[in-house]
Ligand binder design. Structure first.
Ligand SMILES: Cc1ncc(COP(=O)(O)O)c(C=O)c1O
Length: 399
């Protein structure tokens, strides 16, 4: 029987091979150190869980308005105003089953077949495939020689007649870079001149370090009228499993997204919506506690990596990943020992050190691996030790 041609155009997960290796080792009874997590390792705070339980007890377990309960949408507009300086009405908010759905809704709402979407690379794994699902064509822009940020020049160079959207992800997964106010202002100059949607994924906005600030690109001039802002509770409140994200944008695009959502998932979980409302109304200290721990872990891993001058990485100002360049040891070994790409390197770490990482090819950067510091101190210590040993051995193989 026939399967849609779209399926052959979407890539299966490039990380599967390494994950399978890890499962195989686990099945053999070996202790595996997993540094692949894309989610905080903390439990969802108690007061948020209590709101979910209360929703169930109150029988709040039925369909809600397609775009989300009015009180949550209103609360989101307040958050966007006070924290991000952006004015929206509740009608301009659509709550979905995770930010991932919000992004796909947005792409489906704005793309026609063959439309181009400018995507700075390295990128979050799902963007290119979601663009393709929506009929678009990802235009990857390598940022690795520009401090992992798209510059106004690079952006301008890649705009064509067919460009329909630009995806901005700050703080960025996998690199942890954050665009400064100045950098955004410079990008805004270009974006103002063109009829292009900006999908601004701000899901990691609260996980930022040092004296970094998170700025929404919609605050520059009238860019709010061209932006579809994506955010949610997954990372900030450690609520990944609750599946709750949202988009904010101009009314016509939100209406278009609502039409689409109404025919595939309808509203996000009623229970999760109540829990998200509690999260937004809850004490900021809870998020600060988690943020601080992430920062301590970031500093810990950084100090370890700095012990080896040949280990270069992107300095994470936000999110919870280290994106590490391991290409120095490519092609060093002999025969079976020879490693020439990120999947082989990650497989080597899994086999020799029971350390599971994500190969950079999954994010469009084959010289890198990604390790997550959403892991316990013990796992981080063992994991980074494994990585350093692995690198040391391959460095020596060169001599
Ligand atoms: C950059 C980025 N955007 C969006 C998402 C999806 O978030 P959610 O769990 O709310 O669907 C993730 C999750 O890994 C992410 O890293």
């Amino acid at each position: 029987m026939k399967i849609a041609s779209l399926i052959s155009r979407i890539e299966a997960s490039k990380t599967l091979q390494v994950k399978e290796k890890a499962l195989e080792l686990k099945a053999k009874g070996l202790k595996v150190i997993d540094l692949t997590a894309g989610e905080p390792d903390f439990p969802t705070p108690d007061f948020i869980c209590a709101a979910g339980i209360e929703a169930i007890k109150q029988g709040f377990t039925k369909y809600t308005a397609n775009n989300g309960i009015p009180e949550l949408r209103k609360r989101i507009t307040e958050k966007l105003k006070t924290e991000n300086g952006l004015e929206y009405t509740p009608e301009q908010i659509i709550v979905s089953s995770g930010a991932k759905q919000s992004i796909l809704n947005a792409l489906l709402a704005i793309l026609d077949d063959g439309d181009e979407v400018i995507l700075p690379s390295p990128y979050w794994v799902s963007y290119p495939e979601q663009i393709k699902i929506a009929g678009g064509r990802p235009v990857l822009v390598d940022t690795s020689h520009h401090a992992f940020k798209i510059t106004p020049q690079l952006l301008a160079m890649n705009i064509t007649e067919k460009t329909r959207a630009f995806i901005l992800n700050s703080p960025c997964n996998p690199t942890g870079v954050i665009y400064s106010r100045e950098e955004l202002k410079d990008l805004a100059v270009i974006l103002k001149k063109h009829d292009i949607w900006i999908i601004t994924d701000e899901i990691y906005e609260k996980i930022i370090f040092d004296d970094s600030e998170h700025v929404s690109i919609g605050t520059f001039g009238d860019l709010i009228n061209k932006s579809i802002l994506i955010n949610g509770v997954s990372k900030t409140y450690s609520m990944t499993g609750w599946r709750l994200g949202y988009a904010a944008g101009p009314l016509p695009v939100v209406k278009a997204m609502s039409k689409i959502q109404s025919h595939y998932t309808s509203n996000a979980s009623s229970i999760s919506q109540k829990a998200a409302l509690a999260a937004y109304n809850g004490p900021a200290a809870e998020i600060e506690k988690m943020r601080k721990i992430f920062e301590q872990r970031r500093n810990f891993v950084q100090a370890k990596l700095d012990s080896r001058p040949y280990l270069s990485y992107v300095y994470p100002q936000g999110a919870f990943y280290f994106f590490i360049n391991v290409s120095r040891v490519f092609n060093n070994g002999k025969g079976d020992q020879k490693i020439s790409n990120s999947v082989e390197f990650a497989t080597y770490l899994a086999e020799k050190f029971q350390l599971v990482t994500v190969p950079g090819i999954a994010f469009g950067a084959d010289d890198y691996i990604r390790i997550s510091f959403a892991a316990s101190q013990e796992q981080l210590e063992q994991g980074v030790e494994g990585l350093i040993k692995g690198m040391d051995q391959l460095m020596q193989a060169k001599m």
